[in-house]
Design a protein around this ligand. Structure first.
Ligand code: FES
Length: 400
């Protein structure tokens, strides 16, 4: 095939024209003042607003629900929006208590919309043994300045993964993420059917009964069923969160199970949920804290229980040798020594505490082993979910 190339009457002049193009372009560039680069790009500002590393908030209101349970309204002083979140996420609260630098995750119980007005509600229940919860219940009052993370966690509805119907299994203050989800459904920020089976010992222990009742009136997609273990009450189920009870309220359509509660509830569910034959992706659980009795878990070397080991911690140019018990996560020992280690979820999931194990051995429960394959290969652990079973040397990440 012949090429059809047009050549000007004087070919050499065409070449000159081309050569002058570069000169001309440089003249234009030199004659204009370049616009200064923006100091900040909108995308970066938006990303920082949505995922701040830390937020300084004030306690604006305190509500006492029960002798050992209070809710706190945390908000910005200037009324600007706090970081928006997905219903079910949590805030990691940073505290300095008696020389220890610690964090604790608390689920947000309010509607995501409330963040647009600069506020979140969280609920704190005294635990046994208590430390952070005791401190908060006894010290936080209106006007207290509080340091929290941005919203964190994966415990939220994801339509690509979850069934359209969710059965929530809640125990104690584990009801809080479900309250937030119920608000989000009511406000059309989320679209799924939510039935929460809420396990309590007695009617007196139930939290947020009025709030759920009000939402149920407005929104037929939300339903709360109270399940009492220690007494029988009209209109409430009696017993535990068994597979047959879950099936009773789930019906015949596909459903996901979301669970949030104390370890004892999870241990019980470990025997009940397999009876439902659900695909793994339909079972979600929020841990929010390490296993308190690791010696009850499979694979724990019980001969190490109660033993104390030497833990050498390397961090930002420092090195400190401390003691660590095989009964507690490495992170707890580090915090007790007053070292401000990074952490958010405290259950092996988020990877924020990700640190290098230079030497030694740790026990990591399978249920909270959130490490990636590369972490395992290159010797990284999550100190929040690792228990010392020999002397250790550990290197914390440099910047957090
Ligand atoms: S704090 Fe989340 S993995 Fe350790």
């Amino acid at each position: 095939m012949a090429l059809n190339i047009k050549v000007g009457p004087i070919g050499a002049l065409d070449m000159l024209k081309f050569k002058n193009q570069v000169k001309k372009r440089n003249q234009i560039i030199d004659s204009t003042t370049p616009a200064p680069l923006p100091e900040e790009y909108g995308t970066n500002a938006r990303a920082r607003a949505l995922h701040p590393k830390a937020q300084t908030l004030l306690v604006k209101e305190v509500r006492q629900h029960q002798p050992d349970v209070k809710s706190y309204l945390l908000g910005r002083e200037d009324g600007e929006p706090t970081a928006y979140f997905r219903a079910g996420q949590y805030l990691s609260v940073r505290l300095s208590i008696g020389g220890s630098e610690i964090t604790r995750p608390y689920s947000i119980s309010s509607a995501p919309q409330l963040a647009l007005q600069g506020n979140y509600w969280i609920t704190v229940k005294r635990t046994s043994p208590g430390f952070a919860s005791d401190y908060i219940l006894e010290n936080w009052q209106e006007g207290t300045a509080v340091n929290v993370s941005g919203p964190e966690g994966e415990f939220y509805y994801e339509p690509l993964r979850d069934a359209k119907t969710v059965i929530g299994l809640a125990g104690g203050s584990g009801i809080t993420p479900f309250l937030s989800m119920a608000y989000a459904i009511r406000d059309a920020a989320e679209d799924f059917n939510l039935t929460v089976l809420y396990g309590s010992r007695t009617k007196e222990d139930i939290l947020f009964a009025d709030e759920f009742a009000a939402i149920e009136k407005e929104c037929p997609k939300v339903h709360l069923v109270n399940v009492l273990s220690d007494e029988e009450k009209e209109g409430m189920e009696h017993g535990f969160l068994t597979a047959s009870l879950i099936q009773k309220y789930a019906g015949e359509e596909p459903f996901s199970v979301f669970a949030c509660g104390p370890s004892a509830m999870y241990h019980f569910l470990d025997t009940e949920l397999p009876k439902l034959n659900l695909e793994q992706k339909y079972i979600r659980r929020e841990l929010l804290g390490a296993e308190k009795q690791p010696w009850t878990l499979p694979g724990y070397p019980t001969d190490k229980k109660d033993q104390i080991f030497q833990l050498t911690v390397k961090y930002v140019g420092n090195e400190k040798v401390i003691e660590a018990s095989a009964n507690e996560p490495v992170l707890v020992a580090i915090e007790r020594a007053g070292i401000a280690a990074p952490s958010h979820c405290r259950s092996g999931e988020c990877g924020y505490c990700h640190s290098r194990l230079v030497s030694g051995e740790v026990y990591i429960p399978e249920v909270s082993d959130g490490r990636r394959a590369a972490d395992k290969e290159y010797g990284y652990i999550h100190p929040c979910a690792s228990y010392p079973i020999s002397d250790l040397v550990i290197e914390l990440p440099g910047v957090y």
